[in-house]
Design a protein around this ligand. Structure first.
Ligand code: ARG
Length: 571
């Protein structure tokens, strides 16, 4: 409806100018005041005329009546004055020619734009801590982050996806000690991260009894920092073992990163020391009980610790280094960080320190927080206690999908691939359906339902569009005419896609797209219920319906892919 909105706003402006010397509002103002009426019977767009009361010195109902009269030849649809509102109904001709034509012409790029052309956006997301498996808490940063990347790319931005691995810190001293004392290579190679976790947990149990282990761990980390080759090799191997496992999950989700520049990258590259030097030079560093901090009490925040009492740098130091590095390397227009809302204070402090350092681009740093996820259902509890591992969740989901598929479509080709796309997609879709900041309680049954607002339902609807088109053989590229209200409703829904993309980007909110996917599915399934397609009464109706089915496939496919969903053609 973006174009319809624009054209309507221009027509209103001209109509106002025919009544008065000055409209008081520009077409762009008018466009921003246009509303979608909650009741479609009221029309497709409404303009609240009180916005013009001042300029026209008249009561809204009078203005509405005068404007309706002056707009009676509006070529894109019907105009009606109802009380203080001017209601517009888009014409069937506009929908079947302009909207459908635009989708057909643009195909997979329909909904995209070039507003980001020439601008770089860095996105820091997923960023797990090495030697720790992915659990359900990582789902948010991973899929919200990737979806935001895809959305920005769709809007023409050059995007850099960065995995800021938690790969440095005193915990690696503990991991080294534990591995040398109780671990062996073969087991780690065979079992992977779970074995590293077991060793880490054992370290803590043993250290309770024998506190000297803590000193040993500190000494090993110190050696690592000093570049001891054995410790470095061991650490490097922990990183590799962990990454190999993360990459399996990324592959299932269809995610790739441009850079795996973790915390160690900044410290080992000497950037941590540079940050400390620069903060000192700028008089921002304060000695506080043996630690170096940046005092943020003027801004009602706790101090930002830069160097701990034991002389080591911390999470904040590396994030300051990373922000400076990214600005210098990528010259970003926006730098996005996606983490749980528990880190909101961390980022508020970080952005404040960048500001105090005198960098004007501090306002280009964006933290995108999300709520916490709790998990319901005994099925999801695992051997590691109440932590739900992402790989277990995906496996259960794929198993359930496979069962249903065996029953409903036993002859399906590529069954494993499809079961994975649907099983993993179900979890992703269920998660991204919620506005990101909401705390959610996750249940497997709900995520795996094939009914209602779910991933399987959306992917199944997409597959339905594919199978209709396949049955028809070929899709006509023009002709046919619109004969049913459900066709018009579907086209109206499809016409909203570009606006939904802008809205999702403006609010950093993939759920706008997830919900829109359901709107498209609902509109398509109503159309499918009401209108025979391949068996339509006339060739004319069939032609139009095939074109419409193809347009729905285009939009649904693009929208699904923007929220990290795969789109199998057969399910
Ligand atoms: N590794 C961190 C964690 O698991 C997330 C890192 C987020 N990115 C950042 N630049 N701080 O909590």
């Amino acid at each position: 409806m973006q174009n319809f909105k624009k054209k309507t706003a221009e027509a209103i402006e001209n109509a106002v100018l025919s009544l008065s010397d000055s409209a008081g509002l520009t077409a762009a103002d008018i466009e921003s005041f246009l509303e979608y009426p909650p009741d479609p019977a009221m029309g497709d767009l409404a303009f609240p005329c009180f916005r013009l009361s001042k300029a026209l010195r008249n009561a809204p109902p009078k203005i509405a009546a005068a404007l309706a009269e002056s707009l009676k030849d509006f070529s894109l649809g019907l105009v009606e004055a109802v009380g203080g509102y001017l209601n517009f109904k888009v014409s069937p001709d506009y929908l079947s020619n302009r909207v459908l034509g635009e989708i057909e012409e643009k195909g997979a790029s329909y909904g995209s734009s070039d507003i980001g052309r020439g601008k770089v956006v860095t996105l820091d997301y997923s960023s797990p801590n090495i030697c720790k498996p992915f659990h359900i808490g990582h789902l948010g940063t991973t899929v919200i982050g990737h979806s935001l990347k895809l959305l920005h790319e769709f809007a023409g931005y050059t995007c850099i996806g960065i995995n800021h691995l938690g790969d440095w810190g005193t915990q690696f001293g503990k991991q080294i000690v534990a591995f040398r004392k109780w671990g062996d290579r073969e087991t780690v190679e065979k079992i992977g991260i779970d074995e590293l976790v077991r060793l880490y947990v054992k370290f803590h149990e043993e250290a309770e009894k024998d506190p000297a282990l803590e000193d040993e761990a500190r000494a090993e980390f110190h050696k690592l920092e000093e570049g001891d080759p054995d410790n470095l090799a061991l650490w490097q191997w922990f990183v590799e073992v962990s990454l190999a496992e993360y990459k399996k999950t990324y592959r299932q989700l269809g995610i790739e990163f441009d850079h795996y520049t973790g915390e160690s990258f900044y410290i080992r590259g000497g950037l941590g020391d540079k940050v400390i030097g620069e903060l000192r030079e700028k008089n921002l560093l304060k000695l506080d009980n043996g630690a170096y901090i940046v005092d943020l009490s003027d801004y009602n925040m706790p101090p930002c610790i830069i160097v701990k009492t034991d002389g080591s740098t911390i999470y904040h130091t590396r994030d300051i280094a990373a922000a400076l590095y990214r600005k210098k390397t990528y010259d970003f227009d926006k730098s996005i960080y996606v983490t749980s809302s528990q880190q909101s204070l961390h980022f508020a402090q970080l952005f404040k320190v960048i500001e105090l350092m005198g960098y004007p681009w501090h306002d280009r740093l964006v933290h995108v927080p999300y709520g916490t996820v709790s998990v319901d259902g005994a099925k999801l509890a695992t051997r590691t206690g109440n932590v739900v591992l992402l790989k277990d969740l995906f496996r259960l989901s794929v198993e359930k999908v496979t069962e249903v598929m065996n029953e409903k479509n036993p002859d399906l080709e590529n069954r494993e691939e499809v079961a994975e796309a649907v099983g993993v997609g179900a979890i992703v879709f269920n998660y991204l359906y919620n506005s990101r900041i909401k705390d959610i309680n996750f249940t497997l049954d709900q995520a795996l339902s094939f009914e209602g607002s779910t991933g399987p339902y959306a992917q199944y609807t997409y597959a339905r569009t594919c199978s209709i088109l396949e049955k028809a053989g070929s899709v006509p590229s023009e002709g046919g005419s619109m004969t049913h209200a459900s066709e018009a409703e579907l086209l109206k829904t499809l016409s909203l896609f570009p606006e939904k993309v802008s809205e999702a980007i403006a609010a950093y909110e993939p759920s706008v797209i997830t919900r829109y996917v359901i709107d498209v599915c609902t509109a398509f399934n109503h159309f499918y219920r009401d209108c025979p397609i391949v068996t339509a009464d006339t060739e004319d109706a069939k032609t139009f319906r095939l074109r419409l089915t193809n347009a729905a496939k285009t939009v649904l496919g693009s929208a699904l892919r923007l929220i990290c969903m795969k789109t199998p053609e057969k399910i």
